[in-house]
Design a protein around this ligand. Structure first.
Ligand code: AMP
Length: 542
């Protein structure tokens, strides 16, 4: 017998409808690429998104078509997502930090018909346009006054294009399982793979990820999503802020410490989220200028492991609670967050800090397990490492166009490619990417653990650990560090600092200083590149 309740479809444009009705006067503030701060309300976001939808329909965009966006976080980018999904088309977020050839590859693979692009990226797209045969028109996120001279096909300034619609338009209705968003991940081997979100998965994910124990967003909050919309749905904030009625502050292209600080203070931000490198820049700026954070209450940190030194600095020096989160593009992206459960809330401060450095526990809608190489479940004892596997309503079941083949195991679980422990309270800790684990004498060494401790050294700005060939042990850890400005930490001082904090056999065999550690397009340490750089390096112990 079926229940007798309404099949109210979980469609993304219902979110902006809701925001316009319940929080219509709430602001979306943007630092524009042109310079000035722009303000509009959720009522205006909805009205402009409806015009965009009408205008896309007039350009021939239909259900299932892909529209690319290559843009920073802004009101225009936000509007465009609702325009696109409101007619059943698919927003395809392109990460501008990818190599140009990769961008061309994914635009062609996605068969994007329109590209909506920020002023910043017009030259990038111009250089590629000849290689993008499926693109029929380029819409530049600006007005006529700032429109550059360009030969891009059918190029038009967004504001002019929008003004051609009167807004007398209704969203299209369709099944909630309809595709809504496409985001390519290069975290796998081979070509980038497209993760195709549905309306249903995005709506459910936004509700689950931003509850009180997650990336907490409430109507009273002012949220600064530093995490870009082109990085895994900006961790749902483009949906969850209007869904909750929170004010949004869109940072545009400037993500340095000074610019982020200015917005945090001038807009009285209460919640913000980004990868650890952004917070390293902010903390550095705060310290150098002896500044305080007067309104910020919580910071969501994820995308790569958050070093305990960042957690301690935010919580103890600035009174800001850290919510460490883990996830991936394939998970929409939030897979776990680290709020304190009652079972651990009473623990001494140092143990709480250690728990916060873990990646947290899975919310409703994410099933999680660790397995051995034979896919046998491993215990949640906080010690045993295994392959981290997940299932849930916002987890991919295959990649776009079937790329990469079958991605679920026989029980319907997706292998994240991460290696983790889970403790008896459900707190998961990532120890490595499976391909980065250091295998020494048949045992695994966690590179992330060593990195986290090394960045606590007073002279170390950033640290990375890679496995280097060793004749006896197979691999041994090499610690690579970027010194803080004006410092040059000695090998022994760094090793002394690690002494007693990790198992003896985890001790790196050597320390190398570098000016810079390479990062991927999503801000992670690029270990493949590091391994290439150190390919001919020989350990002193070898
Ligand atoms: P992406 O799909 O680009 O978001 O990358 C997902 C991967 O980033 C995960 O599989 C992890 O390897 C890594 N990652 C994300 N968040 C964290 C975190 N909090 N700690 C450690 N690794 C993380």
């Amino acid at each position: 017998m079926l229940g007798l309740m309404q099949d109210w479809p979980l469609l993304l444009h219902k979110i902006i409808d809701f925001a316009a009705v319940q929080h219509g006067g709430q602001e979306v503030v943007s630092r524009t690429i042109e310079g000035p701060i722009h303000r509009e309300t959720y009522r205006e976001v909805r009205a402009r998104a409806l015009k965009g939808a009408q205008r896309l329909a007039r350009d021939g965009i239909k259900l299932g078509d892909r529209v690319a966006t290559l843009a920073w976080n802004s009101h225009r980018h936000l509007e465009s997502w609702y325009s696109i999904v409101g007619i059943g088309a698919i927003y395809h977020t392109v990460n501008p930090r990818l190599f140009p050839d990769q961008i061309a590859w994914i635009v062609n693979h996605a068969e994007d018909r329109i590209v909506m692009v920020d002023l910043t990226f017009v030259p990038l797209v111009e250089a590629l346009a000849d290689k993008l045969p499926t693109v029929e028109r380029y819409i530049v996120f600006t007005d006529a006054a700032h429109m550059p001279q360009t030969k891009l096909k059918n190029a038009v300034p967004y504001e002019e294009w929008l003004a051609e619609a009167d807004g007398d338009f209704r969203w299209v209705e369709f099944d909630e399982r309809t595709a809504a968003g496409l985001c390519y991940t290069s975290g796998t081997t081979g070509n980038p793979k497209g993760v195709l979100y549905s309306h249903r998965s995005n709506v459910l994910h936004s509700m689950a990820a931003t509850g009180g124990d997650g990336l907490q967003v409430l109507a009273n909050d002012t949220v600064l999503p530093v995490v870009p919309m082109f990085h895994a749905n900006s961790w749902s904030l483009a949906f969850s802020c209007p869904m909750k009625g929170a004010k949004m502050v869109m940072p545009g292209a400037k993500l340095d410490g000074a610019s982020v600080y200015e917005l945090l203070e001038s807009e009285k931000v209460t919640f913000t989220a980004a990868v650890p490198t952004v917070w390293l820049m902010l903390l550095d700026y705060l310290r150098k200028n002896n500044l305080k954070l007067s309104t910020l209450k919580m910071v969501g940190i994820g995308g790569s492991a958050c070093p305990p030194a960042i957690i301690r600095a935010f919580e103890e020096d600035y009174g800001v609670e850290v919510r460490h989160a883990w996830g991936m593009t394939e998970m929409s992206p939030v897979g776990s967050t680290g709020a304190m459960k009652p079972a651990v809330a009473h623990l001494p401060r140092e143990q709480i800090l250690a728990l916060k450095a873990k990646q947290g526990w899975a919310p409703f809608g994410v099933e999680m397990k660790i397995t051995d190489d034979q896919n046998r479940d491993l215990p949640w004892d906080g010690v045993t490492f295994g392959h981290l596997k997940v299932a849930g309503f916002a987890v991919a079941k295959s990649y776009f166009k079937g790329e990469g083949g079958e991605i679920l195991d026989e029980n319907g679980f997706f292998d994240t490619g991460d290696v983790a422990t889970i403790d008896p309270n459900g707190y998961m800790q990532i120890t490595d990417r499976a391909k980065d684990v250091i295998k020494s004498g048949g045992e695994w060494i966690s590179s992330i653990d060593i990195e986290n401790i090394a960045v606590g050294h007073p002279d170390v700005a950033e640290a990375a650990v890679i496995g280097v060939r060793h004749p006896k042990w197979d691999e041994r850890p090499l610690l690579i560090v970027v010194p803080k400005e004006g410092k040059s930490p000695q090998r022994d001082s760094v090793l002394d600092f690690l002494n007693g904090k990790i198992a003896k056999w985890w001790m790196p065999d050597d320390v190398q200083l570098v000016k810079e550690i390479p990062h991927t397009a999503t801000g992670k340490i690029n270990k493949m590149k590091l391994r290439e750089t150190f390919a001919s390096y020989r350990l002193p112990t070898a």
